[in-house]
Ligand binder design. Sequence first.
Ligand code: IMP
Ligand code: MG
Length: 182
Amino acid sequence: MHQIHPDCQKILLTEDEIRARVSAVAKQVDADLAGKRPVAVGILKGSIIFYADFIRCLNMPLELDFMAVSSYGSGSTSSGKLKIRKDLDGDVNGRDVIVIEDIIDSGFTLACLKKLLLERGASSVTIVTLLDKHERRTEDIAPDYNCFEIPDEFVVGYGLDYNEKYRSLPYIGILKRSVYEK
Ligand code: IMP
Ligand code: MG
């Protein structure tokens, strides 16, 4: 068992729980998309560890691509736009796309991304998330596959950060409020 980081108040999901659930969800996606040759789009940086574990449980032929985005919508600042900081290398026109994201919160990021990929001619966009903070949804979007519903708490680890810290923790922990409320 990994020692809990002193900035975390508790471990929400252990390595074993994550591994089991990620592989079960991947098996489901593999069966549902059988016969396709999708592009797996990872949303940097939060999804990298989930992405790496998830795609290794898929048997279908895959191409890998990545995007980095920041959202300036839903509460944070004004414009309500998604800023693309790193775009895909490949063309998604006519392709089945699997978007792999760490967490869906307001849903703003994924709603914008799905719209963008469809505008670029993707044949289908399947959204896979590791975590879903369902209570906080403001956009009319739901992941096609989600590994864990979580409460409205700020979580870190397994790729997720607070100010670029804690991404390499192997579990998902709830960050102590004192860390971000000081
Ligand atoms: P949305 O656009 O509001 O759905 O926000 C999604 C993004 O917010 C994710 O890709 C994360 O970068 C970030 N985020 C939301 N909640 C958390 C959290 O609890 N921990 C770390 N990042 C989070
Ligand atoms: Mg993110």
